[in-house]
Design a protein around this ligand. Structure first.
Ligand code: ADP
Length: 811
């Protein structure tokens, strides 16, 4: 005990405040000293016994620590070496000797000098079992700590495990640990070795725990980093390889560009994910592979579609009316319907309702009025021709697995429009066909159905596109040819052909000014007389619409432009006299009425896509065995009409006084000129029957009568279509009496009055009436009251007469 006390000496010694380190007894370390006060302290120590008191600063950042800023417990150390470094710095190597505690500061200048009391640890400590356990635990924890930090050499840990002096042991362990300054100082502060051990154990346990958590976190972070680093690394490598091959560079920029563009589109979430996935796929591909080309085209399609672009619809009724009237003459039904549409649209913000279908012959302005409608509504206009579309994929596109796959026409039209609310004209919907490749009509049904088209699914895009803002208008030449389910959904507005008067007005108001402008002429340089316009209409065109009329006017303009440019003329007036100089000889000479009444020749009326026409039906009888020959490119329906007509004539044979076995004794040849033009339809039925009766009875048909109507086996006359065109054609041909089915009477209202006034329009409901009005006299059986014997005589006469007639007609 006395020994102990004796050893607790007090000494006065220079103090060097340490920054950020705690020196323990038995520890050798070096540090650099730069502060003047510290250097002075070192010098003082060197001049004496090289001992110096090292105590840590509480705050390492302080340059000039006061007495309170320095911990009281420190270590008396021996300076082993001094090394002057450039720039007034001294590197010292010290060895910790003994713990000591500051009792008092003796002086502050030129260095700190303190009186300290040494606090040595007892040298030979006995170990009871508890201490032993404690020591072992500390050692084993330290080994664990060493492993976790990976900073302490296995030699150190081994030396420690064999160290007997546990007071020293605790100091060495504390010196080797990387812990907070305060923790180190706390251990240094502890004079009792046993308590020191306990504190150390606590700190160790705590540190290990923290280290383990850290390790865990590190592992997880590393896993993640590893993965992304791996990808990054591989990608960089790929880039490098591509660069080497001369393919690199733009690919990654391009991918980024795609990503950004897609994100900007504002697609529905599903669609966006899908598109981005494709971009990912693209990024992993060789840029010049075929597959990557396919993906690029696909992405370009998606990017180019107007997913959210719209034009603002003009719902101003009077504006729209004005635009429609400016561009087109007549077409009142269409114009009215459009104004109604606008009114409803204004009241109700929805496009639901039937789809409008404009039906009529070519050139009547269907397409061009729809273009004006788009202009009036301020919607983008796209025309989509359905003529010859026979494959569902043309509407809906091909799946991308298909080589050369493309989106369908609807999506193409939307892209072309560049807005999601265009007006799409589905042109020639009646010309759509269907075959084994699927039915385009049913795909179109989905497009037109307001309930379904919000999510229109194109096979190629493979993501829904909203068509509910699109306005659809369709056109057709024959509404009967429109697939039934489509027709049910449409509201058909018939646009029949124009009469001469209307054509004159259209030419004057629209076609001529338009063509003059198109050819760079001035209105003062070219004028058309009305008579010239009428001549163009009648002799240079044969059509229901005005397309050829426009073309002929354009021809005139072209020739006049040439004359004016070459200086031949200053201005030109087109009259009916000089018209042929510009258009050449008249092209069409109308089928004029026959010169005289003839047997077996009757005039029918036909409806063709280019308007109405008259057609002669000729019937010749020749002795034979009852064959019936039909020529003139007659369609099946027309051939059937001929058979029905013959059966009907057989059924009334006796009444009209002809041989009831004529079908066995004569061959009948029916010809409908002009032979090269195909003809079909049931409307020639009554004409065929009348021509047969005329030929069989040898009674001539009146030259100024024409007729149209379907016939039944019992001789009833059924209604047919296209009355207006047919009547106009008859009028042109100079025919004045027209027989038409009684049930068609309502259609007569559509014919311009000035035409109706000049004609004798006779509604008929049975063949009796037809025969009465057509043949020069009504055939009555001359032998109704005669005996069978007498009938035979008459019959022979009739037959003879007919044979002669047949020969006559043949010439
Ligand atoms: P469709 O589509 O019915 O076949 P278009 O629309 O192609 O006919 O018309 C042919 C030409 O005739 C166009 O130049 C059009 O402007 C003109 N046209 C037709 N009808 C009229 C009309 N009623 N008023 C003015 N121009 C017309």
């Amino acid at each position: 005990m006395t020994q102990e006390k004796n050893r607790q000496k007090t000494i006065t010694i220079p103090l060097l405040p340490l920054r950020g380190i705690v020196v323990f007894p038995h520890m050798i370390l070096h540090f650099d000293v730069g502060r003047e006060k510290s250097i002075n302290a070192l010098e003082e120590a060197m001049m004496k016994d090289q001992r110096i008191f090292l105590a840590a600063q509480k705050d390492p950042a302080l340059d000039e620590p006061g007495q309170d800023d320095i911990y009281t417990v420190g270590t008396i150390s021996k300076i082993k070496q001094l090394l002057r470094l450039p720039g007034d710095t001294i590197r010292v190597l010290v060895e910790g000797l003994e713990r000591a505690k500051t009792l008092e500061y003796v002086s502050d200048d030129p260095f700190y000098k303190v009186t300290v009391r040494e606090c040595p640890s007892p040298k030979h400590l006995a170990r009871d079992s508890e201490t032993e356990a404690l020591v072992r635990q500390v050692v084993s924890y330290f080994e664990k700590y060493a492993k976790l930090t990976n900073r302490i050499s296995p030699d150190t840990t081994f030396t420690l495990s064999t160290m007997e002096d546990y007071a020293r042991l605790s100091d060495v362990i504390a010196a080797n640990m990387v812990i907070k300054l305060e923790d180190k100082q706390r251990i240094l502060n502890e004079i009792s070795p046993r308590k020191r051990m306990e504190k150390l154990l606590k700190i160790l346990v705590n540190e290990i725990e923290i280290l383990e958590v850290e390790k865990n976190i590190n592992r997880k972070v590393r896993q993640q980093i590893d993965k992304s680093q791996r990808e990054y690394y591989l990608r960089e490598q790929l880039k490098a390889i591509q660069n080497e091959l001369g393919e690199g560079g733009q690919q990654s920029d391009e991918i980024e560009e795609y990503r950004e563009k897609i994100k900007k589109l504002g697609l529905p979430a599903d669609a966006e994910n899908k598109a981005l996935k494709e971009v990912d796929r693209l990024s992993k591909m060789h840029p010049s592979s075929a597959e990557s080309g396919v993906i690029r085209t696909y992405l370009d399609w998606i990017i180019d579609l107007p997913w959210n672009n719209k034009t603002e619809e003009n719902l101003n009724l009077s504006d729209a009316e004005k635009i429609l009237d400016e561009d087109h003459y007549g077409l009142t039904k269409v114009k009215e319907r459009m104004v109604e549409y606008l009114a409803i649209r204004k009241l109700k913000n929805s496009l639901k309702g039937p789809i409008i279908c404009l039906a009529g012959p070519p050139g009547v302005g269907k397409t061009s009025i729809v273009r004006s409608i788009a202009k009036a509504l301020n919607r983008k206009y796209v025309r989509m021709s359905l003529g010859g579309v026979r494959d569902e994929a043309e509407i809906r596109g091909h799946r991308r697995t298909y080589v050369g796959a493309m989106p369908g026409r609807i999506i193409k039209a939307i892209k072309q429009a560049g807005s999601k609310n265009p007006l799409i004209l589905l042109d020639e919907i009646d010309k759509m066909a269907n075959d084994f490749r699927g039915d385009p009509a049913s795909a179109l049904l989905e497009v037109l159905d307001a309930e379904q088209n919000k999510e229109f699914h194109d096979h190629y895009l493979d993501m829904p596109f909203d068509l509910s803002d699109v306005m659809f208008i369709t056109t057709a030449n024959y509404k009967d040819a429109i697939p039934r389910p489509l027709l049910d959904r449409m509201e058909v507005i018939d646009i029949s052909g124009y009469v001469e008067e209307e054509k004159v007005q259209i030419a004057k108001r629209h076609l001529i000014p338009k063509q003059i402008k198109n050819h760079g002429l001035k209105t003062s340089e070219l004028r058309f007389d009305e008579s010239a316009i009428r001549d163009i209409i009648n002799y240079y065109t044969r059509e229901a619409g005005v397309r050829n009329l426009e073309r002929q006017i354009s021809t005139v303009c072209r020739k006049v432009a040439r004359q004016i440019v070459s200086g031949q003329k200053k201005s030109v007036r087109i009259t009916s006299k000089n018209l042929d100089k510009y258009l050449g000889r008249r092209i069409f000479l109308y089928d004029k009425a026959n010169e005289k009444d003839e047997v077996g020749i009757v005039r029918g009326l036909a409806w063709t896509p280019v308007g109405g026409d008259t057609l002669c039906i000729e019937v010749n009888l020749m002795p034979g065995e009852g064959a019936m020959e039909l020529t003139g490119q007659l369609g099946d329906v027309m051939k059937e009409s001929a058979r029905i007509a013959r059966s009907y004539v057989r059924s009334i044979a006796e009444m009209i006084g002809i041989d009831k076995d004529f079908h066995k004794k004569y061959d009948m040849h029916i010809h409908v000129p002009e032979g090269a033009i195909p003809k079909d339809g049931p409307s020639a039925g009554i004409t065929l029957a009348t021509a047969m009766i005329s030929a069989l009875t040898n009674i001539p048909a009146k030259r100024n009568v024409a007729m149209t109507g379907e016939i039944t086996l019992r001789g009833k006359v059924l209604p047919i279509g296209g009355i207006k065109e047919k009547v106009l054609a008859a009028h042109r041909a100079g025919i004045d009496t027209i027989l038409f089915p009684k049930d068609n009477e309502k259609d007569i209202e559509e014919i311009p009055e000035n035409v109706v006034e000049k004609l004798n329009l006779i509604p008929v409901s049975s063949m009796d009436q037809v025969i009465k009005h057509t043949l020069v006299r009504f055939p009555v059986s001359e032998n109704r009251n005669k005996t069978e014997e007498e009938k035979k005589d008459v019959h022979i006469d009739v037959q003879k007469a007919k044979d002669e007639a047949a020969v006559g007609v043949e010439h």
